[in-house]
Every structure is written in structure tokens, then in C-alpha cells.
Ligand binder design. Structure first.
Ligand code: PEP
Ligand code: MG
Length: 735
């Protein structure tokens, strides 16, 4: 590689040397051109005329498969593989065994390196390892730009400079604007092959030690001195810094002949490529944590012990594939206006930290890095789940107006904070808020909510590496009750599983996790988990009122089993001389449709009920709540939904059981308008929805609205939204 000459000549020499050393009859290099097309660039063993002629479309053939997966493929009988595509110009029909590895460059597949043999055989793990190491060296040559034009390699669509809009997923709400700042300047690994393996081993070990030291110091930072989720997230992150598997992989890579930084980079590249395939959101995020650590580690190896704090000097939007939780705290909060990520999920550690910091985050933006260049103007708007890159003057102007309007509205909502949520004809509605983290608690005062209608206790479990102990749980529940004072807090017991994985509970692959082993199903199968949680809730509520609610109840018998467990824990208090709560109110979520056919029995078993429309509606319509393709398929203002909800609300009304709705639906003013028209008097919504929903309520004449809604319940339309909005407009209802 170091021998100089034209890049193509070097490539030709490289395939020859690899073929000789690996005793392979064929060695070929395919490189990625614009549009993901893989072109044969050099070969030893295949026909020379195929070079620059043979091409595979993305995903086509075995070469396309390796590029698509980003993982090696080792076959003893390649022609029998279902994805094998025969190319007559190559003359490859002679060869049976096939080993291919991706050529990875900054997380993208820049090509594929292949060796083939006539005799059918599987290549050994050592051979796979060697080929991967070589592919890394080739990646550097590809990056030189001599073989394929750099813009083709990066698919750089930013080249045109046109304004574009990128769609994503709102992870932490808000709106912000600034210049694009790449997460950090790309780290460059310039030296890949070790001169002295022993010296490289020492460099790696020293750097690992230094990285750990840095993390320990970070955890001692005065800003983090207090407990809470931030700290737990960082503790988890620190745990990864001690992960044995990760270190072993890096050590092995050094032993295979790479420099320390190249070894870290190679393991990181493999992780990244694998990440593209993993569906489990929890695992994906954990790999993102490793990536963050890897970058830290390479910096240290390369002598940047300050960890290269990215200095922001003007309003900025951070652009990254993914970002680690600790790293976010390296940025100056005054200038940090937003984050846009190619990856990311609502349960990612960085999302939780960003929410706590009040920074808007837009995630899952496809092709982000190829659309934005550092220094370009970016606007993040999570309300529309979009990022505007190089926005035109019209968009900037609109954004300025929106921001000004938002500030004005927020000021108005704040001014209306102490006004009652009462309709013009005197019907009072109780507006509760949803919470789950300690950082949510100050919103109780700032919004004027009458209490917490849904406290999602699983959040604490999701950010903890190990099962939180009873006293740790008690601390959080006490803090919520302290913050609420006389206002009620409804604690929902663990709703884990499904889309809310926790690190300490091993999970089987499930076809349908939302309908799988989750929430109360786990709790009833593993009663100790529920018992400890109930114990913590009872301790926290000593002398006060405890509201406890069970999730995902499908029939009354499940609820009765939960109540029995609760009773056992209440009895246990006496044995241990603990002060019991002053009063205990027990309720459950109605989020599985089957339960609604037992309303007569249910109302006798509960002190209150909460309708969880997020889940209830996905089961009602058989429509996955997390599938973006189905997001607009069904409307919650559809006659069947409204009739169904009316049946539940009426049954509770007749039995005098307070019923709340705590799904996202209640936080949207138009939907909330329909809900109060159906007779609902309690909504539990996100803190930011309290202002707009209250404003709607105060502008409504409920009796008139109810008459209108009831007359529309039997409409054959897909949705009555349009006529509902027209009604609001005609009657000056602020939605
Ligand atoms: C619901 O399902 O409506 C609900 C509030 O619970 P979660 O969104 O936490 O599943
Ligand atoms: Mg739910």
C-alpha cells in the first residue's frame, strides 16, 4: 500500500498479494459508486475484461448482499446461495468457496473485498479476521479520492446548495435554529499498520485507563452531584467503559497488526455496520454508547487528552449519526439550540438527557450527513418533525414568526395558569399532567395542572443498568409526592417490555412485542418485581394518599390478582412497623379492548380508571402505534372510536367511578374537545399541552358542542374531524 504509484496500480498489486498470501485463486475489489452501485475495480483470477464492467445494483448478488448487511459472508458453495447472480463476463463459474468482507469507511460501505477458491471450503475465523484488517487498509486508499471521486463516495447531495427539508421523528420537543456543527470533526486514523505490536498494546491499555479516569472525573462534576436520571444514565455509560467483550475485540485487533487507534476504529466500524441491522432499539442505543466511547478513546490515543471539547461560539444545531449522553454535556448550553440525528430513539440515553436540558431533538433523519455541511443554517422544528437545511428567506421569516408566536402563546398560557379549566357554561374539567422523570416535576407548578394523572414509573428502570433497589425507587416516588404536595399523583406500576426494554430483564425475540410479554404480564409472572415496587410506593406514601394503577389489564381477574399482591404488601407494613399510607386508591388502565366488555364488574373493583388510548387504539384498529406508515391511516375522531369511548365513559359515570384519559389524544385540543363532549371530565396530558387544552376548554359552550357531537356519532364517514373543526371555527372555539 505504501509503495506509491497510481492508485489503480496499487489496487491491482494489492489483489495479487492478497490472493497469493491467502492461497486464493481469486481476489477482487468492488467499490461503491454513486447510487450504491458496486463496480469491480480490480481482480486477480477473474477475467481482466470484467474490470470496470461488472456492476451490481444495491442489494444485488452476493456482493450486494455483503454491502447491504455490512457484514462478512463466508460460503463453501456460493452458486447455491439464493442471492447468487452469475456474471458470464467474469468466468467465475469455476469457483465454489467465497469469502467477502465489507470495506467500511466512516460507517458507510465503500466497497466489498472478495476471495474465491475452486475447492468448496469454509474459510477459518483467522482468515476472515485477516481479510477484514486488509479491507480497512484498502478503505484508506479509497478515501484518498484517487479511485472514485469523493462526492460519489459520500453521496454528497449537499453539493447543489439548494434548501431542503428533512423529515424525522420528534424525540425531544421544541424549535431551534443555528449553524450546523458536526458532532465533532471526523477523527482521522492516518496510521493503520503497526510497526511494533507490543508498543501498540501499551498505547491501547494506557488509553483505556485514561478514558476511565476521565469518566470518573465527569461523574464527580458538581452539576451531576445530585442524583436522578442524568446520573443513572452516566453510570450506565461508565459501565460500558469497563465492558470486557469490547476491550477483548480491540486487543485482538491490535494483535492482528493494527495500530491502537486503527484497532479501536475497526471495532467501532463493525459495531456501526451491525447497528444498521439491529431492530431492538435498546441494543441499538447501547452500541451508540460504545461508539461515543470509541471516539473518546481514539482522541486519547492520538494525544488529545482534553477530549477536544467542541466550542460553540454562536447558536448551533448539532448534526450527528448518533451522539453519546456524556458528550452532550460537553457543549455550551447557551448556544446549543437543537440536535438532529440519523439514528436515535425516544428511549435513547441522549434523548433523556436532552429532554432534561430542554434541547429539541429530531432523530431518524435518513441520509442526514450527506445533506448538511458544517456551517450551514439549520432549523429544527419537532412540531412538524422536520429540519430545514439552508432554508430560504421565506422559511426563516416563517420560523421567526412561529418562534415569536410561540413565545407570545407561552406567555399567555403562563398568564392563564391560575384560571380554572372551565367551559363557558360552567363545566369544570380537571387537567392533570403526565410525568415519569424528576425533571418533569417542576412543570406541575408552571402549568397549574391539578396533579399527575400518569406517572410512568418504568422510566427509572429503563435508564438503570440494574434493577433499582426498593430504597432507590422509594426516593423517586417520595420526590414526586413531595413536589405534588396536596395534589394527587397516580403511579402506574411498571409498564416494561414491548417498546420499553429494560437492561436487566433478558428478552426473547417476539414477533409482536406490543402484544407480547409486557407490563402486568411480566409483573404477574415475576411477582417479586411488582411486590418490591408496591413496597417502595407504600413506603414513599407513608401518611399520605397513594394512588396506584396497573397497566395492560385485559380482564378483571388480572386486576384482582394485582390487588391481592398489593394487599399482601399492605399487611407486611404492619409486621415491619411501617407507617401505612393515609389512604390507598386503586385503579387500572383501560388499554386492552377486552376489558371494556367487563365494565359492570370492573367499576366495582376500582376507585378510578384511566383510558390509555395510545395502546387502546392500536389494538382497536389493529394498527401498530410505532409504524410511521400507518400513522395517518385511522383518525381518532372516527365514529367507531367515539362510540366506543362513550360506552366506557357512560359506564363509569353511572357507577360514579372517576375516569381519566391519559393517552396522547387528550393533549390535542380538537380531540380533547370531542372527549369533553362525550362526557369526560378528567384528562392527563403532557405539560406542554395543558395551556392549549385549557384555552380550548375556556372557549367552549359544552352543551351545544355535545349536541353536535352526538348527532354525528352515527356518521358513515371515515372521520368527523372536518365537520368538527368547522363547528369550532363557527363557534369561536380556540383549537
Ligand atoms: C397509553 O397506552 O395510552 C398510555 C398512556 O401508556 P403508554 O403510552 O405509556 O403505553
Ligand atoms: Mg400504554
Amino acid at each position: 500500500m505504501a509503495s506509491g504509484g497510481r492508485a489503480q496500480d496499487r489496487l491491482n498489486r494489492v489483489v495479487r498479494v492478497i490472493a497469493q498470501n491467502m492461497v486464493a485463486e481469486v481476489c477482487s475489489i468492488y467499490l461503491t459508486r454513486a447510487g450504491g452501485i458496486l463496480e469491480l475495480f480490480a481482480t486477480e483470477g477473474l477475467k481482466a475484461e470484467a474490470v470496470h464492467q461488472t456492476r451490481f445494483l444495491p442489494g444485488q448478488g452476493l456482493v450486494g448482499l455483503v454491502a447491504e448487511r455490512g457484514l462478512p459472508l463466508n460460503l463453501s458453495e456460493a452458486p447455491q446461495h439464493p442471492r447468487f447472480v452469475y456474471r458470464p463476463e467474469t468466468g467465475e463459474e469455476l469457483y465454489h468457496s467465497f469469502l467477502a468482507v465489507p470495506i467500511l469507511r466512516t460507517g458507510r460501505v465503500a466497497g466489498v473485498l472478495v476471495v474465491q477458491n475452486v475447492t468448496p471450503r469454509r474459510y477459518s475465523p483467522e482468515e476472515v479476521e485477516v481479510l477484514q484488517t486488509i479491507s480497512m487498509v484498502i478503505a484508506e486508499l479509497v478515501g484518498s479520492g484517487e479511485l472514485v471521486a469523493p462526492e460519489e463516495l459520500t453521496e454528497d447531495s449537499a453539493a447543489t446548495g439548494e434548501p431542503i427539508t428533512l423529515d424525522g421523528l420528534a424525540l425531544a420537543n421544541g424549535i431551534g435554529a443555528g449553524v450546523a456543527v458536526y458532532r465533532q470533526p471526523q477523527i482521522q486514523v492516518t496510521r493503520t499498520v503497526a510497526d511494533d505490536i507490543d508498543a501498540e498494546q501499551i498505547r491501547l491499555e494506557d488509553a483505556i485507563a485514561e478514558m476511565r479516569l476521565q469518566l470518573e472525573q465527569m461523574l464527580e462534576h458538581p452539576d451531576l452531584a445530585h442524583g436522578g436520571e442524568h446520573r443513572e444514565v452516566l453510570e450506565t455509560y461508565r459501565m460500558f467503559a469497563y465492558d470486557q467483550g469490547w476491550q477483548d475485540k480491540m486487543r485482538d485487533a491490535v494483535l492482528s497488526g493494527l495500530t491502537a487507534e486503527a484497532a479501536v476504529d475497526r471495532v467501532q466500524q463493525e459495531n456501526r455496520a451491525r447497528m444498521q441491522k439491529i431492530r431492538d432499539p435498546y441494543l441499538r442505543e447501547r452500541i451508540a454508547d460504545f461508539e461515543d466511547l470509541a471516539i473518546r478513546l481514539i482522541r486519547i490515543i492520538q494525544g488529545d487528552r482534553e477530549n477536544h471539547k467542541t466550542k460553540l461560539t454562536e447558536d448551533a444545531v448539532i448534526i450527528a449519526r448518533t451522539i453519546g449522553p456524556a458528550e452532550l454535556m460537553d457543549y455550551d448550553r447557551r448556544f446549543l439550540k437543537g440536535i438532529v440525528l440519523e439514528e436515535g430513539s425516544s428511549t435513547a440515553h441522549v434523548t433523556i438527557i436532552a429532554r432534561a436540558m430542554g434541547v429539541p431533538v429530531l432523530g431518524r433523519v435518513q441520509g442526514l450527513l450527506s445533506h448538511v455541511r458544517p456551517g450551514e443554517h439549520v432549523i429544527v422544528d419537532t412540531a412538524s418533525a422536520r429540519a430545514y437545511v439552508r432554508p430560504g428567506d421565506d422559511v426563516i421569516e416563517t420560523y421567526r414568526t412561529t418562534l415569536a408566536l410561540q413565545e407570545k402563546r407561552l406567555a399567555e398560557y403562563a398568564a392563564e395558569r391560575d384560571l380554572p379549566a372551565e367551559t363557558r357554561d360552567g363545566h369544570k374539567i380537571d387537567l392533570f399532567m403526565n410525568a415519569g422523570l424528576l425533571v418533569d416535576l417542576p412543570s406541575l407548578d408552571s402549568t397549574g395542572a391539578v396533579g399527575i394523572g400518569l406517572f410512568r414509573t418504568e422510566f427509572q428502570f429503563m435508564v438503570s443498568p440494574a434493577l433499582p433497589k426498593v430504597d432507590e425507587q422509594t426516593k423517586i416516588y417520595s420526590a414526586a409526592l413531595d413536589a405534588a404536595g396536596d395534589r394527587p399523583v397516580v403511579f402506574r406500576t411498571l409498564d416494561i417490555g414491548g417498546d420499553k426494554p429494560v437492561p436487566f430483564l433478558p428478552r426473547d425475540e417476539e414477533e409482536n412485542p406490543a402484544m407480547g410479554w409486557r407490563a402486568i404480564r411480566i409483573a404477574l409472572d415475576r411477582p417479586a418485581l411488582l411486590r418490591y415496587q408496591l413496597r417502595a410506593l407504600l413506603y414513599a406514601a407513608a401518611g399520605r394518599t397513594l394512588h396506584v394503577m396497573f397497566p395492560m389489564i385485559a380482564d378483571v381477574s388480572e386486576l384482582k390478582r394485582c390487588k391481592k399482591i398489593l394487599q399482601k404488601e399492605v399487611d407486611r407494613l404492619k409486621l415491619h412497623d411501617r407507617v401505612p399510607p393515609r389512604d390507598i386508591k386503586v385503579g387500572c388502565m383501560l388499554e386492552v379492548p377486552s376489558l371494556s366488555w367487563q365494565m359492570d364488574l370492573l367499576v366495582k373493583e376500582v376507585d378510578f380508571l384511566s383510558i390509555g388510548t395510545n395502546d387502546l387504539m392500536q389494538f382497536f384498529f389493529a394498527c401498530d402505534r410505532s409504524n410511521p406508515r400507518l400513522a395517518d391511516r385511522y383518525d381518532l375522531l372516527a365514529p367507531p372510536v367515539l362510540k366506543f369511548l362513550k360506552m366506557i365513559i357512560d359506564a363509569c359515570g353511572e357507577a360514579n367511578v372517576p375516569v381519566t384519559l391519559c393517552g396522547e389524544m387528550g393533549g390535542r385540543p380538537v380531540e380533547a374537545m370531542a372527549l369533553i363532549a362525550l362526557g369526560l371530565r378528567r384528562l392527563s396530558i403532557s405539560p406542554t399541552s395543558v395551556g392549549p387544552v385549557k384555552r380550548m376548554i375556556r372557549s367552549v359552550e359544552l352543551e351545544k358542542l355535545r349536541g353536535f357531537l352526538l348527532s354525528n356519532l352515527s356518521s358513515p364517514e371515515h372521520s368527523i374531524r372536518d365537520s368538527f373543526i368547522s363547528f369550532a371555527r363557527d363557534h369561536n372555539i380556540k383549537v
